[in-house]
Ligand binder design. Structure first.
Ligand code: PLP
Length: 391
């Protein structure tokens, strides 16, 4: 139905399915089950011989509207919505893997993704190897050995290192591996992993999709065949189901995704440039700055550099904490992608469980602050950061 519509139209109208009441805004089907007119109809629906819903762990009309709207945005054949971003990453990996498999992943990864790859998978007899995000030659070496699945995060949380997704996709495809890309930082508005060669794009919808700090959610986009044969059976039987209420909130979030990302990105760009010249800052990492070591790759694979900035302050944890504690407008939080600007000390929060030695090696240093730029007035953000960074 959304064929031919452009992105902004898809965000507002994609997937909308009106009930008999003809409501303007999407209806919230807050129901666990559905009733059948007869035993025969129940039998036919369960056997998928007749259309219709059965039970909200399997499918729900509000959740389905979100899935269709997001698939239209992503340019994917289909999408499965789940309860959290971690449920999306977990399912995308576990639905494909079995004992004896081997996984190659980029590093750094979001802390919980890293835990799954390095702690959980080995418990089930799955070998894993981490390759630094920017090390394309390292991926080529790692993919010379038999490999079943490649997990990438680009831009990486929290260092904003990039992976050359198209190049790793080419290597993964030659190796016969499934490629999963965690695209939470960019969203399909700024980066399209499936067009770059990924099999599945996974998202924490908690971040920019909701974008207003209200609810958790996750999304898995890809080809219908892969979702129907592999992803959905895993989800239906293990149950990381998205609540219809949260699906409805996320549908409303999608309507303004493009506007929010563009506005927050415009502020992030200005802030990154300003921070780079600030005497209280040692290094700024932002894919839109000429100083980013992969600035050319950012222009090639992303439509824009995004809403996140990584700042190295110098002076270790003590100074990072002092700067955070002086902020008044920008809030200290683990979250990101909110309309409110949020600052995080990854080494002691989101990445606290990554071993310290590995953390340092991956650039998640004690003086690193991650800034998620919101919708506030830019001048107010600059004044707050300037005071916090001051002597
Ligand atoms: C937040 C985040 C996740 C986890 O998402 P939740 O919704 O918190 O479960 C996974 N990957 C990345 C890159 C994230 O930023």
């Amino acid at each position: 139905m959304s064929d031919g519509w452009r992105m902004r139209t898809r965000l507002v109208h994609g997937g909308a399915a009106r009930s008999a009441f003809g409501e303007t805004s999407e209806a919230l089907f807050l129901t666990s089950g559905f009733v059948y007119a007869s035993a025969e109809e129940a039998e036919a629906r369960v056997a998928a011989r007749a259309p219709g819903y059965q039970y909200s762990r399997i499918a729900n009309p509000t959740v389905r509207m979100l899935e269709e709207r997001f698939a239209a945005l992503e340019g994917a054949e289909d999408c499965a919505a789940v309860a959290t971003g971690m449920a999306a990453v977990h399912a995308a990996l576990f639905c494909r893997l079995r004992a004896g498999a081997r996984v190659v992943a980029s590093a750094p990864l979001f802390g919980a993704c890293q835990w799954i790859v390095t702690e959980l998978l080995p418990r089930y007899g799955v070998e894993s190897e981490l390759v630094p995000a920017a090390d394309t030659a390292g991926f080529a070496r790692a993919l010379e050995r038999p490999v079943d699945l490649v997990l990438l995060e680009s831009p990486a949380n929290p260092t904003l290192d990039l992976v050359d997704i198209a190049e790793v996709a080419r290597l993964a495809s030659a190796a016969g591996a499934t490629l999963v890309v965690d695209n939470a930082f960019a969203t399909p508005w700024l980066q399209r992993p499936l067009e770059l060669g990924a099999d599945l794009a996974v998202y924490s919808a908690t971040k920019l999709v909701d974008g207003q700090g209200r609810c958790l959610g996750g999304l898995i986009a890809g080809a219908t065949r892969l979702l129907e044969d592999t992803v959905r059976p895993y989800l239906r039987n293990t149950g990381p189901t998205l609540s219809p209420f949260n699906a409805w909130v996320l549908l409303k979030g999608l309507e303004t995704l493009g506007l929010r990302v563009e506005a927050q990105q415009a502020s992030a760009r200005r802030l990154a440039e300003w921070l780079e010249g600030h005497p209280g800052v040692r290094e700024v990492r932002y894919p839109g700055l000429a100083s980013h070591p992969q600035a050319e790759l950012a222009r090639r694979q992303m439509k824009g550099p995004g809403t996140m900035i990584a700042i190295r302050l110098g002076g270790g944890r003590e100074r990072a904490f002092a700067v955070l504690n002086r902020l008044r407008l920008v809030k200290i939080s683990n979250n990101l992608g909110d309309t409110r600007s949020l600052a995080t000390h990854p080494a002691t929060t989101t990445h606290a469980k990554v071993p310290a030695e590995l953390r340092e090696r991956l650039g998640v240093s004690e003086d690193l602050i991650r800034l998620s730029v919101g919708l506030e007035d830019l001048e107010d953000l600059m004044a707050d950061l300037d005071r916090a960074l001051g002597p």
